[in-house]
Design a protein around this ligand. Structure first.
Ligand SMILES: [Zn+2]
Length: 367
């Protein structure tokens, strides 16, 4: 069920200004507000004009997108909004409209909006281990991301929701391929592979090289997808609780079904500080440090909050550590070793369950 978007898509001036900033305090209370903001972004970026998008169809498409996100604790419409808003703010922060084509901007924004469509709340590991319909359909290859993408294009087959109806066949093919590539890139099982490829081209990055641009777009959507810690603590911390809630739902189900349980999802093994330190240190900070090499403006606005967040969680962990026993530390330490092994050896990724999650949390507990 949904409510109509207010007829004036322009929100208050301060909201519009705040929308361009990665420090936006929240994803806004009501779905209506988030829908209006998303609509505004398409207008503001010139996408409606440049691709001759019917404004009424844009509204209907967004409503349909909203209806196709489930009410999971984490992978819900608010997450879709936050990822897209972060993309919008990165377009502004990194002056991407000067460096990339409008087709690229349309691909970045639309892939962000669609990237977790119909997420069931149970990650790829669960899908594969439980041999779900999705895993069978996609042969265990990124089943969720393939599904999000398929749902996105199913929505576009409905003429009343087809924002691409005025785009010619050739351009549609290019846009479709771009969106598929970006949504599939959000599978964290491919994190090391995608980051390493981007690092290889970074020193000689060439904006006229289409392959380079594709890799940049993949890195950008990855940054936005896991960017909650960039936001103010009042916003970032509740997101960790939401993710843990979703993880615990999964691990409880895995236990009841006799399936393997990843330590970072187990309510008996994971704590918020240990999870976040590992995630910040080994995933988030290296990712944003890499993009900061191409866009130095990222350092102050996006990296600084990540460094601060790491410091905050380290302090919290110190407090926690005094209450922990040695055997627990040992078990977490061995988990860290396997985690490091994945990062340094991408070929091992598929055999380990820890990475097969769109938004990964790891248990790291070393002193
Ligand atoms: Zn996501």
């Amino acid at each position: 069920m949904y409510h109509p978007i207010p007829s004036t898509h322009a929100s208050q001036e301060e909201t519009i200004e705040a929308l361009r900033k990665p420090t936006l305090m929240s994803g806004y209370g009501e779905p209506n507000e988030m829908l209006s903001c998303l609509e505004h972004m398409y207008h503001d970026l010139g996408l409606v004009k440049d691709f001759n998008i019917n404004p009424i169809i844009l509204k209907r498409w967004l409503l349909c997108i909203h209806d196709n996100y489930r009410s999971n604790p984490f992978h819900n419409f608010r997450h879709c909004f936050c990822v897209t808003q972060m993309m919008y703010s990165m377009v502004s922060l990194c002056s991407l409209q000067v460096k990339l084509s409008q087709v690229d901007i349309l691909i970045l924004m639309t892939a962000s909006v669609c990237h977790d469509l119909d997420h069931p709340g149970y990650n790829n590991t669960y899908q594969i281990n439980a041999r779900t319909e999705l895993a069978v359909r996609y042969n265990d290859i990124s089943p969720l991301e393939n599904h999000h993408c398929a749902v996105a294009f199913q929505i576009l087959t409905q003429s009343e929701c087809n924002i691409f109806s005025n785009i010619d066949q050739e351009q549609f093919k290019r846009i479709r391929q771009g969106i598929i590539t970006l949504i599939l890139a959000t599978d964290m099982a491919r994190h090391a592979e995608i980051l390493d490829s981007f690092k290889e081209i970074l020193d000689n990055f060439d904006y006229s090289n289409e392959e380079h641009i594709t890799q940049l777009k993949m890195i950008l959507i990855k940054c936005c997808d896991i960017s909650n810690e960039v936001r103010p603590i009042e916003v970032a911390e509740p997101w960790v609780d939401c993710l843990l809630e979703e993880y615990f739902m999964q691990s409880d189900r895995e236990k009841s079904e006799g399936l393997p349980v990843a330590p970072f999802m187990d309510r008996d093994k994971v704590t918020k500080p240990t999870a976040q330190i590992g995630f910040l240190k080994f995933v988030l900070i290296p990712l944003f440090e890499t993009i900061a090499k191409l866009f130095p403006e990222v350092e102050e606005v996006l990296l600084q909050p990540l460094w601060e967040s790491r410091g905050r969680y380290e302090e919290l962990k110190q407090t926690d550590d005094t209450m922990k026993e040695d055997p627990e530390r040992l078990s977490s330490l061995s988990f860290l070793w396997s985690f490091n092994a994945i990062l340094s050896n991408p070929s091992r990724q598929p055999t380990l369950p820890t990475f097969i999650s769109p938004c990964l949390i790891v248990t790291v507990n070393v002193t």
